[in-house]
Design a binder for this molecule. Structure first.
Ligand SMILES: *[C@@H]1O[C@H](CO)[C@@H](O)[C@H](O)[C@H]1NC(C)=O
Ligand SMILES: *[C@@H]1O[C@H](CO)[C@@H](O)[C@H](O)[C@H]1NC(C)=O
Length: 140
């Protein structure tokens, strides 16, 4: 009886410890870093070497009168066609979030000028890597 109570307590504790860690693991990426969402930046190069995982999000900062942020399909992305977006992430303040909920490739572009001067970004969203192995504390 006492033993199972301890076990349950341990499981609950492990969960309480692990849950905030999962939250912390989600990353926010400011697209373009300090250059933000602007013309004449190669976002393919910006994305190179980065790993995007489910739960991460992209943060776009831009001049709200000049740009927007739309999701399109692969063919439209390649041709910079923004007339039938899959999704419009633009909310009007020039600061928009694209939450990466699914493991797939996302195709995003500036729809105001049809990838205006290279404003397009494609990211592959992956399953998060397994957490480091749990090492039980030494038993007495
Ligand atoms: C951006 O960089 C990638 C990788 O080096 C290259 O393949 C692509 O042509 C570049 N795009 C532009 C618009 O320069
Ligand atoms: C995207 O949504 C914003 C805010 O609702 C709207 O002002 C804008 O016209 C939309 N753009 C497109 C291309 O649908």
């Amino acid at each position: 009886m006492a033993r199972s109570t301890v076990l349950i307590a341990a499981v609950v504790l492990a969960f309480l410890v692990a849950a905030p860690m999962l939250e912390v693991m989600a990353k926010k990426y400011t697209v373009g870093d300090k250059k933000f969402w602007n013309p004449n930046i190669n976002y393919t190069i910006w994305a190179q070497g980065k790993h995007f995982y489910v739960g991460d999000w992209l943060y776009f900062v831009f001049y709200r009168d000049q740009h927007n942020i739309l999701e399109v399909n692969k063919a439209d992305y390649e041709k910079c066609i923004s007339t039938h977006p899959i999704r419009n992430y633009t909310r009007g303040a020039g600061r928009d979030i694209v939450p990466l909920y699914e493991t797939r490739r996302y195709y995003l572009l500036d729809g105001r000028g049809g990838c205006f001067h290279g404003m397009k970004l494609s990211v592959l969203v992956e399953t998060p890597p397994p957490p480091p192995p749990f090492t039980p504390p030494p038993s007495q």
